[in-house]
Design a protein around this ligand. Structure first.
Ligand code: C2E
Ligand code: CA
Ligand code: CA
Ligand code: CA
Length: 281
């Protein structure tokens, strides 16, 4: 019980995040984590539901704090957004994900694409385009192999600015997905304005898709699929954990899926095994 108590005290509990001293500690730890290379990336495959093949991987940020252990992104990204460190952290993610993608493309997976999550703070940061271009140039990754995931709520914050940022990214050749789709308020009319290629159906709806358990989830999923179809966008379902969920989605025309059923987010060496046979072997 003693060690439990200590572990609780040392981790970032939500109650601590409401506490000024704890927040200052977290701010300090984030800066230090950046400097000391405590951040890494895991990768999770995206599967083509028709072929069952991996078409892409998504980079997911991991933070291993030397004392606090693994801190989940939901626990520190909001604070990193509030104190601005997300800009440097996001820059690391972009550069490292592009480097890894290009490495895989040059080592047997020539058509692999990489998806990177962009914080809303990055979307509205004046030098985003420069940073993205730099990550591409430094890694040699073609823009066509990079996909950026932006949240629905982020795009709605300042639509005119978001549209103009997105247009510039698309002009480079990058493709764009709307993440956590279904949780917000985007109507078809709004969505039309954004030059995006894919909608990611949020996992909270996917999880309830089975065995009539979630009428509401089915309604949302069907609406998102219909919206994607009418705008000629790809629909990607996240959080697919069971064959029944996958079958439900596939029957209704969902093109891609991601989730524990196919593979958890993994360190690069382990994710590589999921990428399928090497070309030419
Ligand atoms: P997200 O972009 O919606 O990512 C999907 C989350 O669902 C990930 O959580 C992933 O590990 C988890 N997941 C994947 N498959 C399944 C499944 O089958 N079942 C369940 N229950 N969960 C699944 P994670 O890695 O903890 O990331 C949480 C969120 O943190 C992400 O949600 C994203 O919003 C944010 N995030 C992660 N990495 C980055 C990053 O590099 N930059 C930014 N700005 N945000 C990031
Ligand atoms: Ca995502
Ligand atoms: Ca795409
Ligand atoms: Ca999500």
């Amino acid at each position: 019980a003693k060690s439990d108590h200590r572990r609780q005290f040392r981790s970032y509990e939500p109650v601590m995040l409401a506490n000024h001293t704890a927040l200052k500690q977290l701010d300090h730890d984030l800066e230090k984590g950046l400097k000391e290379g405590q951040f890494t990336l895991h990768y999770q495959p995206k599967i083509d539901l028709q072929t069952g093949l991996v078409v892409s991987v998504e980079a997911l940020l991991r933070w291993h704090h030397p004392d606090r252990g693994n801190v989940p992104p939901d626990m520190f990204i909001p604070r990193a957004e509030a104190n601005g460190t997300i800009i440097e952290i996001g820059d690391y993610v972009l550069r490292e994900a592009c480097r890894q993608a290009q490495h895989w493309r040059e080592h047997g997976h020539p058509t692999l694409t990489m998806a990177v999550n962009l914080s809303t703070v990055q979307v509205y940061q004046a030098d985003l385009l420069e940073r993205v271009k730099q990550a591409l140039t430094q890694s040699g990754l073609p823009a066509e192999a990079l996909e950026l995931e932006l949240t629905e709520s982020g795009l709605m914050q300042d639509m005119d600015t978001a549209v103009s940022v997105l247009r510039q990214l698309v002009e480079l050749g990058i493709s764009l997905s709307v993440d956590d789709f279904g949780t917000g308020y985007s109507s078809l009319a709004y969505l039309r304005r954004f030059p995006v290629d894919a909608l990611k159906l949020d996992k909270r709806f996917v999880q309830d898709l089975e065995a009539g358990a979630g009428e509401e989830a089915e309604t949302v999923a069907e609406a998102v699929l219909a919206m994607a179809r009418s705008l000629s966008l790809i629909c990607v379902a996240e959080g697919v954990e069971t064959p029944a969920q996958a079958a439900w989605l596939k029957e209704r025309g969902c093109q891609q899926a991601q989730g524990y059923l196919y593979g958890r987010p993994l360190p690069p060496e382990q994710c590589e095994k999921l990428l399928g046979p090497q070309a030419g072997s």
